[in-house]
Design a protein around this ligand. Structure first.
Ligand SMILES: Nc1ncnc2c1ncn2[C@@H]1O[C@H](COP(=O)(O)OP(=O)(O)OP(=O)(O)O)[C@@H](O)[C@H]1O
Length: 598
């Protein structure tokens, strides 16, 4: 058996790595900057006072069509050049065991190839700090390279990389483009970076600078947020994750954000911009902040445009999530007005948190406004005010029943929005909120006042006809007197009746055996029906109860039934619409009687 090595066609590899790995040719500049910074770092490890400069000259500066990037880094000796520049995948930035060394930005040994995105050849002039002459290396995109002693010695130790734009890539070499890219990627690099004569580096990132006062710091960070993200933040939260050598800031959005879209964050690695669309830095629920962070230890993917999804990133995500949560709690304790403002904007995210976090649940209970039958207020206050509290997860039911329920002394909470029911059922499990139960509209009838027995007796015939009028609708009719008097009638669904209707429907579709099983369940449920509760306190309804003509009672009761369905926004089934139509026409017919023939 003989072992062999893969045969590799260099052109394919160069093409793959340079053209297909990266999302845009613009990364060529980032890779050059990164190599310069790493070279400076390597030199200063041995010679701490060595200069730390990178100087970029665009074709406009050099006047001879090339872009030159000079650095004051370690430089390379000729043997190193053969080993490093001529071997794809070989990097000086890994230790003997092949682990990425954490002081360097690079590690894969492919970055330089990105030069072929914009040029057909890459020229390197380099003089090593370890002595030897200046060496010239030229690499071609077809995989050839040459190494020779340079005609001219470099004055200083360091490296110059020279690229001549390919015809189709000239736009990437314009002085303004290069300056913008250099600033974009390298504004915070720990070196002196110039494009032409212009200094690009700004020193420490804004969140690491020292400011005279906390107020000034906040104002400076708010300005920075405006520049980077285009909004004035509601607040600024400091972030830190020691395990990843990460520090940064989270800016709270001043407007409501779409909770299904994860916020995009700007991430620097060792002070070089990685990307400004990193989504997995924070937990999903934290969609109300956008962050800028710089990390020492997080790993980039090979194209250096995203974070590598490893345990450390997961750990960082949890840590930063904790810090945002702590900020919220501090706000609740020390600046409740601001918390209210925040909650108005970002309640969905906070609710999402509360659905599985007890501390946030408590915060929601005490501070988050819910729509209730007594206006909007936090549940803590609502349960304090009412001895009996119910909730409904149906917004329409809330709208139609909140006034009626409140008039009967039952406080009603609208729990029809996302996460509401999870939150309320979690709250109900806890002491102090045990009174929050789901509303069964049917139970309201037990609270309506009964009529005096002589009135009931007098209206017995009316009720009889009324019952018959709605027989086909599976709805019983009750006559009660209740507030508000402006309401002529109320349609109350019973949970059991709803359930029964569903049973009947599935039974119609089911096979005979299953139908029998369902049939056996039915009698137990039959006791409770949907109800139309006529309101004797309402003047119109009271007049209707005095009608004696059965036909007229029928259309009037059917009209009240239809109106109550519409008012309560209950679904109208085809038979309901038919009843409503018939009653409407019947009333018109009655209002405009046929002229008697003379
Ligand atoms: N400006 C420079 N000064 C000194 N050495 C350099 C310079 N540019 C490149 N090198 C050497 O060439 C090697 C290969 O560079 P290349 O950019 O392809 O990969 P890398 O920086 O090691 O890793 P990555 O693929 O992550 O960028 C480097 O490891 C480094 O040793």
């Amino acid at each position: 058996m003989t072992e062999r090595a893969f045969q590799v066609d260099l052109r394919g590899v160069v093409d793959l790595l340079s053209r297909h790995l990266y999302s845009s040719p613009r990364v060529y500049l980032r890779e050059l900057l990164q190599n310069g910074v790493d070279a400076v770092t390597a030199r200063r490890a041995e010679e701490p006072d060595a200069p730390a400069r990178i100087h970029i000259e665009t074709p406009e500066h050099t006047g001879e069509g090339s872009l030159r990037v000079h650095d004051t880094g370690v430089g390379l000796t000729e043997p190193q050049i053969h080993e490093l520049l001529a071997t794809i995948g070989r990097s000086s930035k890994r230790d003997e065991l092949g682990y990425a060394r954490h002081e360097f930005l690079g590690q894969f040994g492919i970055g330089l190839l990105s030069g072929f995105l914009v040029a057909d050849e890459i020229e390197v002039l380099t003089r090593s700090m370890h002595g030897g002459p200046t060496i010239r290396w030229v690499g071609y995109s077809d995989g050839r390279y040459l190494v020779e002693e340079a005609e001219e010695e470099r004055n200083e130790v360091g490296t110059t990389v020279i690229l001549r734009p390919r015809r189709d890539a000239e736009e990437w070499f314009a002085a303004s483009t290069v300056a913008n890219l250099a600033r974009h990627y390298g504004a915070f690099l720990p070196v002196e970076l110039r494009v032409g004569d212009t200094l690009v580096t700004e020193g420490e990132p804004p969140w690491r600078r020292t400011y005279p006062t906390p107020v000034r710091r906040r104002a400076a960070l708010a300005d920075y947020c405006q520049t980077v993200f285009g909004f004035a933040p509601l607040d600024v939260i400091d972030l830190e994750a020691a395990a990843a050598g990460l520090r940064g800031v989270a800016f709270v959005l001043p407007h409501a954000a779409n909770p299904t879209v994860r916020a995009a964050h700007r991430v620097y690695l060792k002070r070089m911009l990685l990307a400004d669309n990193v989504t997995d830095l924070l937990p999903e629920w934290a969609f109300f902040v956008r962050c800028v962070v710089d990390a020492e230890e997080l790993r980039p993917t090979a194209n250096r445009e995203a974070l590598y999804d490893d345990d450390l990133l997961g750990q960082v995500c949890d840590t930063l999530g904790e810090q945002i949560r702590d900020w919220l709690l501090t706000l609740a304790h020390s600046r409740p007005e601001e918390l209210r403002r925040f909650l108005q904007l970002h309640h969905v995210g906070v609710k999402a948190l509360a659905a599985h976090d007890d501390t946030m649940l408590d915060l929601v209970y005490r501070w988050l406004d819910f729509e209730t039958s007594s206006g909007t207020m936090p549940l803590a206050e609502f349960t304090r005010r009412h001895s009996e509290v119910r909730y409904t997860s149906d917004i329409d039911e809330f709208r139609s029943l909140s006034a009626v329920a409140a008039a009967q002394g039952v406080g009603l909470v609208n729990a029809g929005y996302v996460y509401d029911t999870e939150i309320i059922s979690r709250l109900s499990d806890r002491q102090g909120a045990a009174l929050l139960r789901p509303l069964d509209p049917g139970e309201l009838t037990t609270r309506f006042g009964r009529l005096p027995s002589e009135t009931e007796l007098r209206l017995r015939d009316f009720l009889h006809v009324a019952e018959r009028a709605l027989d086909s609708r599976g709805c019983t009719v009750l006559l009660r007197s209740y507030a508000p008097a402006s309401l002529p009638a109320l349609y109350l669904t019973s949970r059991a009746a709803e359930h029964r209707r569903e049973l009947a429907e599935s039974r119609a579709e089911a096979d005979p055996l299953w139908a029998d099983v369902l049939g056996a369940l039915e009698p137990a449920l039959a006791a409770d029906q949907n109800r139309l509760v006529l309101n004797h306190a309402n003047p119109l309804t009271r007049r209707i109860t005095t009608l004696t003509d059965p036909d007229l009672i029928t259309v009037a009761v059917q009209a009240l039934y239809g109106q109550a369905l519409l008012q309560g926004r209950h679904p109208l089934r085809p038979a309901d619409s038919a009843v409503l139509n018939r009653s409407f026409l019947g009333l018109l017919d009655w209002a405009a009687p046929t002229e008697s023939e003379e």
